[in-house]
Design a binder for this molecule. Structure first.
Ligand SMILES: C=C(O[C@@H]1C=C(C(=O)O)C=C[C@H]1O)C(=O)O
Length: 96
Protein backbone atom coordinates (compact mmCIF):
# COMPACT_ATOMS: atom_id res chain seq x y z
CA UNK A 1 0.00 0.00 0.00
CA UNK A 2 1.39 3.48 -0.79
CA UNK A 3 2.15 5.88 2.06
CA UNK A 4 -0.79 8.21 1.44
CA UNK A 5 -3.20 5.29 1.35
CA UNK A 6 -1.85 3.74 4.55
CA UNK A 7 -1.90 7.10 6.37
CA UNK A 8 -5.53 7.56 5.34
CA UNK A 9 -6.25 4.12 6.74
CA UNK A 10 -4.85 5.31 10.08
CA UNK A 11 -6.98 8.45 9.92
CA UNK A 12 -10.04 6.31 9.18
CA UNK A 13 -9.30 4.16 12.23
CA UNK A 14 -8.94 7.23 14.45
CA UNK A 15 -12.13 8.78 13.02
CA UNK A 16 -14.01 5.61 13.84
CA UNK A 17 -13.00 5.98 17.50
CA UNK A 18 -13.73 9.72 17.47
CA UNK A 19 -17.25 9.16 16.13
CA UNK A 20 -18.03 6.72 18.94
CA UNK A 21 -16.72 9.15 21.55
CA UNK A 22 -18.50 12.09 19.89
CA UNK A 23 -21.82 10.27 19.99
CA UNK A 24 -21.22 9.19 23.57
CA UNK A 25 -20.38 12.78 24.63
CA UNK A 26 -23.39 14.25 22.78
CA UNK A 27 -25.70 11.69 24.40
CA UNK A 28 -24.45 12.67 27.86
CA UNK A 29 -24.98 16.30 26.89
CA UNK A 30 -28.62 15.40 26.16
CA UNK A 31 -28.90 13.98 29.68
CA UNK A 32 -27.43 17.23 31.04
CA UNK A 33 -30.03 19.15 28.97
CA UNK A 34 -32.85 17.13 30.54
CA UNK A 35 -31.45 17.94 34.00
CA UNK A 36 -31.28 21.62 33.02
CA UNK A 37 -34.88 21.54 31.75
CA UNK A 38 -36.08 19.94 35.00
CA UNK A 39 -34.13 22.39 37.15
CA UNK A 40 -34.42 25.51 35.00
CA UNK A 41 -30.66 25.93 34.60
CA UNK A 42 -29.16 27.92 31.68
CA UNK A 43 -27.41 26.01 28.89
CA UNK A 44 -24.17 28.00 28.88
CA UNK A 45 -21.82 27.56 31.83
CA UNK A 46 -18.79 29.72 31.13
CA UNK A 47 -16.82 28.60 34.20
CA UNK A 48 -17.27 24.92 33.36
CA UNK A 49 -16.24 25.49 29.74
CA UNK A 50 -13.09 27.31 30.87
CA UNK A 51 -12.28 24.39 33.17
CA UNK A 52 -12.83 21.83 30.38
CA UNK A 53 -10.52 23.74 28.03
CA UNK A 54 -7.83 24.34 30.65
CA UNK A 55 -7.79 20.73 31.83
CA UNK A 56 -7.71 19.24 28.36
CA UNK A 57 -5.30 21.68 26.73
CA UNK A 58 -2.90 20.90 29.59
CA UNK A 59 -3.04 17.25 28.51
CA UNK A 60 -1.73 18.05 25.02
CA UNK A 61 2.00 17.43 25.05
CA UNK A 62 2.88 19.16 21.76
CA UNK A 63 2.80 22.89 22.58
CA UNK A 64 2.17 23.72 18.89
CA UNK A 65 -1.13 21.83 19.11
CA UNK A 66 -2.48 23.58 22.21
CA UNK A 67 -4.18 26.38 20.24
CA UNK A 68 -5.80 23.78 17.97
CA UNK A 69 -6.90 21.81 21.01
CA UNK A 70 -8.51 24.91 22.46
CA UNK A 71 -10.41 25.49 19.22
CA UNK A 72 -11.39 21.83 19.05
CA UNK A 73 -12.95 21.96 22.52
CA UNK A 74 -14.62 25.30 21.83
CA UNK A 75 -16.26 23.82 18.73
CA UNK A 76 -17.19 20.61 20.50
CA UNK A 77 -18.85 22.44 23.38
CA UNK A 78 -20.57 24.79 20.94
CA UNK A 79 -22.17 21.76 19.26
CA UNK A 80 -23.07 20.30 22.63
CA UNK A 81 -24.76 23.58 23.65
CA UNK A 82 -26.52 23.78 20.30
CA UNK A 83 -27.99 20.28 20.80
CA UNK A 84 -29.06 21.17 24.35
CA UNK A 85 -30.78 24.34 23.13
CA UNK A 86 -32.55 22.34 20.40
CA UNK A 87 -33.98 20.01 23.06
CA UNK A 88 -35.00 22.89 25.30
CA UNK A 89 -36.79 24.57 22.37
CA UNK A 90 -38.58 21.32 21.52
CA UNK A 91 -39.63 20.96 25.15
CA UNK A 92 -40.99 24.53 25.18
CA UNK A 93 -42.89 24.01 21.91
CA UNK A 94 -44.45 20.80 23.22
CA UNK A 95 -45.92 22.81 26.13
CA UNK A 96 -47.56 25.48 23.91
C1 LIG B 1 -22.68 19.87 29.12
C2 LIG B 1 -22.94 21.03 29.74
O1 LIG B 1 -23.49 22.14 29.07
C3 LIG B 1 -22.70 23.07 28.33
C4 LIG B 1 -21.76 22.32 27.49
C5 LIG B 1 -20.57 21.90 28.01
C6 LIG B 1 -19.81 20.77 27.38
O2 LIG B 1 -20.19 20.33 26.30
O3 LIG B 1 -18.82 20.30 27.99
C7 LIG B 1 -20.09 22.50 29.19
C8 LIG B 1 -20.78 23.49 29.83
C9 LIG B 1 -22.05 24.04 29.30
O4 LIG B 1 -21.81 25.29 28.69
C10 LIG B 1 -22.76 21.20 31.19
O5 LIG B 1 -23.27 22.19 31.75
O6 LIG B 1 -22.12 20.34 31.80
Amino acid sequence: MNTHKSLRKEIDRIDEELVKLFEERMNISVEVANYKIANNIPVFDEMREKEVIEKNVARISDSKLKEYGEQFFNHLMGLSRHRQQELINEERLSKD
